[in-house]
Design a protein around this ligand. Structure first.
Ligand code: PLP
Length: 412
């Protein structure tokens, strides 16, 4: 079955006593049991069931099972936000004294999480060049517990060679954790390319409408948790489900960053049209990127599937779509702001992969907490615009850009 058929007709089925075609929104904190013995059995894991929505809830479970079904994963845990997915997944794998390998080129809040909280709690964060396997190997030691990177880095649009990274990590039995927010399953099969765990901000493409926050942790079932020192006791009890068990029974339950039932319902609905929206925005983005290349005021355009772009070589061999994000640079902050302020349809806003086209200058916003030197190290510049291409007709997006460029040229 194809992606959309699976999303519409998940094979696990849902039995509603009224025949409802959608899983209802179970807007409840706790669940009632007929017998005290039953609630004890669920608490002890001897019987399936939901006791309290911070740990699990039928509406959230329906979304998790749908994702599991379309991705072929071992298991999925939905969280309140994408950041909650990153912190929960990594905290389930780490303890003080461990180190992790990651790229410098990450979504700003992820970088901030690593540089502040993780470092404060004794995790040594080692920045490596994910395009250089020798550099990766050089930073590995007996305390290295994982490598984390983004499938397409937001906003630099760097695309790693995942199988090359995987080869190095496998030698040292280190799991590969990939934030695949930029590339859903229908355009990048991260499992095939070695991602043991995928992290997704469901706030983005999955929601589509930009109406809810959410996150997903997907265990692809490809890493042998027997080899992970911090999961040894869980492996003894839960075997291949060691990571999911630690998440459910410890990290996720204790941190409490749960998705709401209402949001799970909206995300489940979004999943059904994900492929249509992703295909449309990817096609739009390629056309818009080519258009931007023709503008004399634009110094540089990057889009993973645009020839000559920073991520092109690795994107075109591994991905069937380049995602919604283009970055392009004008000569200065003033020019970038004049263009942004001239948009009539394109929204000035910080989200990505919304149905609507959105634009922002990351240097002055998402990375505002960093020094100019660091921002340059992160490959950002003052005139850079991150453009999230929506599902409007591409002619309308280009017309809005064109009138903004004309406005800018007449002002100059
Ligand atoms: C690549 C990536 N990962 C994670 C996140 C965080 O997701 P959320 O905003 O749902 O916490 C974002 C948000 O923009 C992102 O772009």
């Amino acid at each position: 079955m194809g992606f959309t058929t699976k999303a519409l007709h998940p094979h696990f089925g849902y039995n509603d006593k009224h025949g409802a075609m959608r899983c209802p929104i179970y807007q409840t904190a706790a669940f009632e049991f007929e017998k005290a013995e039953d609630i004890e059995a669920v608490f002890k894991g001897q019987k399936m069931g939901h006791v309290y929505s911070r740990s699990s809830n039928p509406s959230i479970e329906e979304l998790e099972l749908k994702i599991k079904s379309i991705s072929g994963a071992l298991g999925v845990v939905a969280t309140a936000t994408g950041m909650a997915a990153i912190s929960n997944a990594l905290l389930a794998l780490l303890k003080a004294g461990d180190n992790i390998l990651t790229s410098r080129y990450l979504f700003g809040n992820t970088l901030s999480l690593f540089q502040t909280l993780f470092s404060d709690f004794g995790v040594d964060v080692r920045y490596v060049d994910t395009l250089d396997t020798e550099d990766i190997e050089k930073h590995i030691d007996s305390q290295t517990r994982l490598l984390f990177c983004e499938s397409i880095s937001n906003p630099q649009l760097i695309v790693p060679d995942f199988l090359a990274i995987k080869e190095v990590l496998q030698k040292h039995a280190i799991p590969l954790i990939v934030d695949t927010t930029m590339t859903p399953w229908n355009i990048f099969d991260a499992k095939k390319y070695g991602a043991d765990i995928e992290i997704i901000s469901a706030t983005k493409y999955l929601s589509g409408g930009g109406h809810v926050l959410g996150g997903l942790i997907v265990d692809n079932g490809t890493y042998n948790w027997k080899n992970h020192p911090n999961l040894a006791s869980f492996y003894q009890k839960f075997g291949p489900n060691a990571f999911l068990a630690r998440l459910r029974k410890e990290t996720f339950r204790n941190l409490g960053a749960s998705l709401s039932a209402q949001s799970a319902y909206m995300l489940s609905l979004g999943l059904e049209t994900l492929d249509l929206r992703v295909q449309r925005s990817c096609a739009n983005a390629l056309v818009v990127a080519a258009y931007l290349q023709t503008k004399p005021l634009v110094l540089n355009v990057d889009y993973p599937l645009l020839k000559g772009s920073i991520g092109y070589d690795n994107a075109q061999t591994q991905m069937s779509g380049g995602g919604a994000i283009i970055t392009f640079s004008l000569g200065s902050k003033e020019e970038a702001y004049a263009l942004l302020n001239a948009f009539k349809i394109i929204k000035r806003g910080t989200n990505i992969q919304d149905n609507k086209s959105l634009a922002i200058a990351p240097y002055h916003t998402i990375y505002a907490e960093y020094s100019d030197d660091l921002k340059k190290e992160y490959l950002l510049n003052e005139g850079m615009i991150r453009f999230s291409v929506g599902i409007e007709e591409s002619e309308d997006i280009i017309a809005d850009l064109e009138q903004a460029f004309i406005n800018l040229t007449t002002k100059k």
